[in-house]
Design a protein around this ligand. Sequence first.
Ligand SMILES: Nc1nc2c(c(=O)[nH]1)N=C([C@H](O)[C@H](O)COP(=O)(O)OP(=O)(O)OP(=O)(O)O)CN2
Length: 280
Amino acid sequence: MTLFVNNLTNVDVSVWSPQYGLQGASWHVDVELDGELGEDGMLFDFGDVKPWIKSRLDAGLDHTLLVPTHAPGVGVEECSEGLHVTAELPYPFEVRAPRQSFTLLPWAEVTPERLGDHLSAELSKRPPPRVEAIRLRLREEFPEGAIYTYSHGLKHHAGNCQRIAHGHRSHLRIWRDGQRDLELEALWAARLDNSYLVDDADVTNPRELEQPLKVKYRSAQGLFRIKLPRERCHQLPTPTTVEHIASWLAEQIAQSTGGDIRVQAFEGIDKGALAQARRP
Ligand SMILES: Nc1nc2c(c(=O)[nH]1)N=C([C@H](O)[C@H](O)COP(=O)(O)OP(=O)(O)OP(=O)(O)O)CN2
């Protein structure tokens, strides 16, 4: 017998890509379980499937930086913060952070297909009673309209969102004077795509010309540092919560186009914030 649960949870991560650099990713998680029925006629109670799978993903790769350690130019070494990850292609990049902030994968690149197979094999090693095999599929959402990925860190967050390089793949909707403006959505999604969003307060070298941008903060999980080219970053005057991202975007867009601007900024799948701004 096979049991399935679609959209069991979402996974939000940053991925280092030798082609695109630091990318955010948000995947739906679909699950199949093979096994024998118990006397209660169930393979595994649906009420137990979600916490069993979600707890293992949340304790593992969710909200980490996925690092393909066999990608050209990627280096990993221990350091006082935990791990020091460096990369050279497509741009110079480095992160120092507690070990739990990273998922190291001995691959040349990370794809959702290969990651799903990897997670399936890992979870199938110690399955629940009566379950013989577990298959996970990581699936991107393909909503209509503009979508972009970003990475960030929320140093005040009590959970894993405090990690300096976790990310999201997010839908962006913009209304100008009450009408959806698809051109503005495409323009701003392109401007933000594969960027790093950072709170000014966490930048240690604010002088505009110096490269790379240096970010550092200490939070509950430890000391975090990241360095990457300024042109890959957008600095906000606030923490990069989705509420502040939505307000910052509404202000930026209103300043550049004028009019009554309404922004629906998603943070990953099916949640986010709405903000408005008006300029003459
Ligand atoms: N009100 C807000 N709450 C949270 C924000 C935010 O911007 N505004 N941001 C975060 C983190 O960025 C975190 O990465 C969000 O992660 P996500 O997986 O999307 O949220 P959860 O882990 O809480 O949801 P799951 O259903 O467990 O995936 C946190 N909160």
